[in-house]
Design a protein around this ligand. Structure first.
Ligand code: ASP
Ligand code: MG
Length: 430
């Protein structure tokens, strides 16, 4: 008997029909003798609908008071889901009980709309499990010290599920979703993309932060910190699929890197079109300049991603960085109004139509020439690289948005990730 956490995404919970199928799947695991905790998302589209209603009444402001009420509204989507799923299980003759985050409780900090989980009380849940009940806990929401309902940010149910699994020391956390695992890249862009049987936790962390939308990044961080065994798998297989087969399907996020016999150098290609590039031209090259440029940007609560500063010519240099595209206009304004006059810089120029494409793989640690192969591939396609950034296990380039798909396809092929190459490439495949 194992303690298993199942997480179901919005599409998996999208209708009463789908909820019934979730209940049948959960019941199958219970009948096989396992203890089950289930963390569902709101029904698909529901969170958008709720936030849309809220924004009809309060279009712009994001004061703490407004954010508090946005959470109060958005959290109701998951509240409905847990109750419906408990009923669906009871209808199958499986005892089940639902809890909102505040009932468990799932404690968070008070950062409304992007709260972080600080602790989860497992007493109530354990008592129910001991009675043989299925426990269903809302994803996405929690409660702060003062008793306010909070939410964890979009896609936050993944993090709820992993946190619950960590708190209960569950044997495995299964993330059921509308894709059947983690792919070498987005199959909508590269039809030859392959599902990975396994991916290391570090690679998954990079893939999630670089734009792969399969898991919320915080859930991967959480899984890493507490070593929660995590698997991403499809909720669209027949619910009565043999349990042994289901338990082996999808993509396992592993911690034992060397267990994999043949490690591909590059595990996947990630991309992100949500960025914008900004350059401050002709800034003096002297101590404190990076701080004087990025300080006001950070004070405006704007996250910075890639940063480049080159050597100077005759005492002046250019300073470039990227921000989320939504923050582009605001960043330009901060720079024009505060930074350029303060530094006597020549100008600020920007381009919101860029994207970032990245290759990710722990094999990059032990192989040379990986980055140069990336650059050669892009040059053969005539794609100009505007910025480059690297870490131990990834290399990212910023390029013109209009070449994104071309770049992803070319790199996917060049690194031997295409489906038909897999047989000869000796890569792990489905
Ligand atoms: N329902 C929330 C959202 O749509 C949380 C989640 O589904 O993970 O973002
Ligand atoms: Mg999701």
């Amino acid at each position: 008997m194992a303690l298993i956490v199942h997480k179901y995404g919005g599409t998996s919970m999208g209708s009463t029909e789908r909820i019934k199928s979730v209940a049948q799947r959960v019941a199958k695991w219970v009948r096989a003798g396992h203890q089950l905790v289930v963390v569902p998302s709101a029904m698909s589209g529901e969170t958008n609908r709720l936030l849309g209603l809220a924004r009809e009444l309060m279009p712009q402001a994001s004061t703490p008071e407004v954010l508090r009420e946005l959470d109060a509204v958005a959290a109701t989507g998951e509240q409905v889901s847990v109750g419906l799923l408990a009923l669906a299980l009871q209808a199958q003759g499986v005892p089940a009980v639902s809890y909102g985050g505040w009932q468990v409780p799932v404690r968070t900090d008070s950062a409304h709309t992007k709260a972080r989980i600080t602790s989860i009380d497992d007493k109530r849940v354990r008592a129910d499990l001991a009675k043989g009940w299925v426990v269903i806990i809302t994803g996405f929401q929690g409660i702060d010290e003062a008793g306010n309902v909070t939410t964890l940010g979009r896609g936050g149910s993944d993090t709820s599920a992993v946190a619950v699994a960590a708190a209960l020391k569950a044997d495995e956390c299964l993330i059921y979703t509308d894709v059947d695992g983690v792919y070498t890249t987005d199959p909508r862009i590269v039809p030859q993309a392959r599902r990975l049987n396994s991916i290391s936790f570090e690679e998954m962390l990079e893939m999630a932060s670089l734009g792969s939308k399969v898991l919320q990044i915080r859930s991967v961080e959480f899984a890493g910190k507490y070593r929660v065994p995590l698997r991403v798998l499809s909720s669209f297989t027949p619910w009565d699929l043999a349990l042994e087969e289901e338990a082996r399907s999808g993509t396992l996020i592993t911690f034992e890197e060397d267990e994999k016999m043949e490690q591909a150098v590059v595990a996947g290609i990630a991309f992100n079109r949500d960025e914008a590039k900004i350059s401050v031209i002709g800034v003096p090259d002297k101590p404190g300049i990076a701080y004087q440029i990025l300080g006001p940007v950070a004070d405006a609560n704007i996250d910075i991603d890639v940063i480049i500063q080159n050597m100077s010519h005759s005492g002046r240099t250019d300073f470039s960085f990227t921000v989320h595209r939504n923050d582009y206009a605001r960043t330009m304004e901060v720079l024009r109004q505060q930074v350029v006059p303060a530094l006597a810089a020549t100008d600020v120029v920007g381009d919101p139509k860029i994207c970032k494409v990245s290759i990710v793989g722990i094999g990059m640690r032990s192989h040379v020439g990986v980055a140069s192969k990336m650059f050669r591939t892009l040059s053969e396609e005539g794609i100009n690289i505007q910025m480059i950034t690297t870490s131990e296990i990834k290399t990212s380039v910023v390029i013109d948005e209009k070449y994104m798909e071309l770049a992803v396809r070319a790199l996917h092929k060049a690194f031997g990730l295409d489906e038909e190459q897999a047989a000869v490439g000796g890569l792990e495949t489905r």
